[in-house]
Ligand binder design. Sequence first.
Ligand code: NAD
Length: 288
Amino acid sequence: MNKIGFIGLGNMGFFMSKNLAENGFLVDGFDLSENALEKMKKTKVDISKTFENVCKNKNVIITMLPNGNAVKSVWNDAIKFINNDTIMLDCSTIDINITQDLHKICKNKSIKSIDAPVSGGTMGAQKGTLTFIVGGSKKIYEEVKPLFDVMGQKSILCGEGGSGQATKLCNNLLLAVTMSGLGESLKLANSFHLNLEKFFEVISTSTGSCWALNNYFPVKNIGPISPADNEFKPGFSSKLMLKDLKLAKKGAEENNLKLDLNNYVISKYEKLIENKKGEFDFSIIIKN
Ligand code: NAD
């Protein structure tokens, strides 16, 4: 289980593949971006010159890609080159239906597949403390768990294929809403001319505390280090957050649900993107 093909070496894939390579796995990496490949040169990850090479003779292929269409196209190509017993593992956050379709395609070809989107952001990826939110069979989960144990500190099998993605979308909806709520609370605090260090100290141990505040406080030089300390460089970009919120909306509509807060944060992220801020970290929503 130690030969890994890692496809998608962006903000998350860079650290995840690096951690695997530093912990005894033989990792071949592949990305379409020259810039991403250049950064990998400083790590123990080998760069595959061709897509075919990254897929061939691997125990596991991991994809960490920006959206469902990229995952669909990469998986459909990869299954032409992989061995019979290679496991296909997607860690991107994508459409539940695409995930389920890909599991079906794999099942029909007797290929083992599993979805495991992650929570914890680039900091969690860097420190190896991600949470893997897994959908698939218990047997495949147990086979790939040693990889989760290196790249993260927790993995939870949520149910059958696709349930990892579904759980992840519920998480991101709540994250966007709490970050947006934190922005409003900060606006009020500023209007009262409050000391924001004291604001952080109080609320991080009060009933308003939440991950967005405790672990990602979006104010420069206060609380833990976060993208706010680095001009809101991602991290997790606003455009990726909008993608996830729209996936949550689509999932809700398929189940005849209207989610008012989700619709509200979607409109805020759409405005950010109109204002050319899509590449900034999602926490920049506090300024909107
Ligand atoms: P990113 O845009 O930084 O990286 C994606 C990488 O995939 C890029 O380097 C891009 O060149 C590459 N790529 C795109 N299409 C490709 C293809 N066909 N073949 C090979 N490479 C291709 O994105 P990211 O922030 O690393 O996020 C990746 C996924 O993880 C997304 O689905 C995102 O929603 C999810 N996610 C991100 C975070 C975060 O904090 N950044 C947290 C949790 C989940």
